[in-house]
Design a binder for this molecule. Structure first.
Ligand SMILES: Cc1cc2nc3c(=O)[nH]c(=O)nc-3n(C[C@H](O)[C@H](O)[C@H](O)COP(=O)(O)OP(=O)(O)OC[C@H]3O[C@@H](n4cnc5c(N)ncnc54)[C@H](O)[C@@H]3O)c2cc1C
Ligand code: SF4
Length: 469
């Protein structure tokens, strides 16, 4: 086919559940391509010699390489190419923000002047992975001979799954420690079933077990055992900290302690991990919010608002202080939320949560906003319009304005260096942590040293953890 003929091929739409039906069930929204659709979409690829799409892929998948095989109907070959650098194609094909990554750089999208018309790389990737899983055609993964080294992996989200698999393939003995009773991190407790079926995540966890990874759940590093104990007493040669960013942020406004106010983390964890929607069967209580306001504009806010519909809410308002153009959520998720009936309140923000006098939410007082000059993030900053207050009639408020990293491991690991936000500091080239000497660490923590609160002195020396020596 000539490039002109490829450009004339129509983009393959993703089949999906009817919005009116899917807003009330937990089944996956996007139904996936057929083999014919996957071939047709892959055939749109121009096989650009400079491979611009690869620039946008964080794991550098050979995108034209796998698309060429898919276009020829060799889906097993395509998956082999993907798996050279990516371990989680069924997950990434579903939830990666392709429009901001590979597809943003795609020549086809640029020629057609619309990123939505780029080759749908993620959808073809998903098809190849699903086909192999569903037909039992996955190829066994080879592991290097045993090295005799032990690696502890803390957490079981996508970062830890990838690290555990890479270490196991390199021949190390890997143990994965997860605080929850189920593995998968945000893939199981945050992202809902209707976007990422949990059976797919479970399949990846089983893949780890097949590689010989030992999985220890209900194990909170810092409580069950300290990170230092793993290195100094339990014989691990290295520890990977993949504990994610599970500490929810709140707005800091009046009324956030009322009954009916949830962090999106709690709201989604109850629904996803604890299956609260299976009323009468789940141990977790079910919150019957009928009029729900979700605060935020990211993927988490989209998931929480769409989940609220599925949990029986009659009205769901998404309150975001900027305009749609500034929303960090994936475009597809914004589109799906609107289709399902979530009401968008843009350029508005919560001022205070109103109570009913008995400790429960009775409404949300909001302010209207307009866009000012761009801020440090490059996005136009929201400016409140004085006197524009109005009230939304709600009984539930879900706060989805971001997360920070959990402080437990830094707090229980003497000398582990963190920055002002509490994130562990690593060498950007090696990703290794640094460990401060005792006196300087006490200064950083502010417990009596003359330099309290001012951070460490310049030119400090770092002591390495045992696995880094
Ligand atoms: C609701 C939601 C929707 C999202 N949607 C998208 C999306 O569509 N696309 C996208 O690209 N990204 C999305 N993200 C972001 C993405 O999920 C995260 O970037 C990703 O999961 C981070 O992976 P991780 O492995 O670092 O951590 P996580 O997935 O957070 O996993 C960390 C794990 O560590 C465990 N843990 C924490 N502390 C300890 C401890 N002390 N001991 C033992 N275990 C511990 C936690 O229980 C958890 O299981 C979303 C996030 C959320 C919350
Ligand atoms: S940029 Fe687009 S068209 Fe070019 S090789 Fe990559 S996927 Fe194919």
């Amino acid at each position: 086919m000539t490039p002109k003929e490829r450009m004339a091929l129509p983009p393959q739409e993703m089949p999906q559940q009817d919005p009116a039906v899917r807003a009330h069930n937990m089944n996956e929204v996007a139904l996936g391509y057929t083999a014919e659709m996957a071939k047709a979409e892959a055939s749109r690829c121009l096989q650009c010699p400079t491979k611009p799409c690869m620039q946008g892929c964080p794991v550098a998948i050979n995108i034209p390489g796998f698309l060429a095989k898919a276009a020829a109907g060799d889906f097993a070959g395509a998956l082999r190419v993907i798996k050279e650098t990516s371990l989680l194609p069924a997950v990434c094909g579903r939830v990666c923000p392709q429009e901001k990554q590979c597809q943003k750089f795609c020549t086809m999208g640029k020629l057609l002047k619309d990123v939505e018309k780029s080759v749908a790389i993620g959808r073809v990737e998903r098809f190849c992975a699903d086909l192999a899983r569903e037909t039992g055609a996955e190829e066994p993964v080879a592991c290097a001979p045993k090295t005799g080294r032990k690696v502890a992996v803390i957490g079981s989200g996508p970062a830890s799954i990838t690290c555990a698999a890479d270490c196991a393939k390199a021949g190390h003995a890997v143990t994965l420690f997860e605080a929850f009773h189920k593995c998968g991190g945000v893939l199981v407790y945050g992202i809902p079933e209707f976007r990422l079926p949990k059976a797919i995540v479970q399949h990846e966890i089983e893949g780890l077990e097949k590689l010989g990874v030992t999985i220890d759940t209900n194990y909170v590093v810092g409580r069950t055992r300290k990170l230092k104990d793993l290195l100094e007493k339990d014989g691990f040669d290295a520890v990977f900290v993949g504990t994610g960013a599970g500490l929810p942020k709140f707005m800091g406004i009046e009324g956030e302690n009322l009954n009916g106010v949830f962090s999106a983390n709690e709201y989604l964890t109850r629904a996803n991990l604890m299956k609260a929607y299976r009323e009468g069967q789940a141990d977790t209580p079910f919150w019957h919010g009928k009029k729900v306001a979700v605060l935020g504009g990211g993927n988490v806010a989209m998931d929480a608002s769409r989940m609220a519909l599925r949990l029986g809410a009659e009205k769901v308002y998404l309150v975001y202080r900027r305009s749609e153009a500034e929303m960090p959520a994936r475009r597809e998720e914004v589109h799906h939320a609107k289709e399902e009936g979530v009401e968008f309140h843009l350029l508005e923000n919560a001022k205070r949560i109103l109570g009913d006098g008995h400790g429960a939410v009775a409404g949300l007082e909001c302010l209207k906003y307009e866009l000012g000059a761009p801020d440090a993030s490059g996005r136009r900053s929201p400016v409140a319009i004085p006197g524009s207050e109005f009230t939304l009639d709600v009984d539930t408020v879900v706060v989805a304005v971001g997360n920070a990293s959990n402080p437990l491991i830094p707090a229980t690991t003497e000398g582990l260096e963190v920055n002002r936000r509490g994130n562990i500091v690593v060498n950007p080239e090696t990703n290794m942590t640094r460990r401060l000497r005792g006196r300087r660490h006490r200064a950083r923590r502010g417990d009596g040293h003359p330099r309290d609160g001012r951070g460490p002195a310049r030119g400090r020396r770092h002591q390495r953890l045992p696995h880094q020596r």
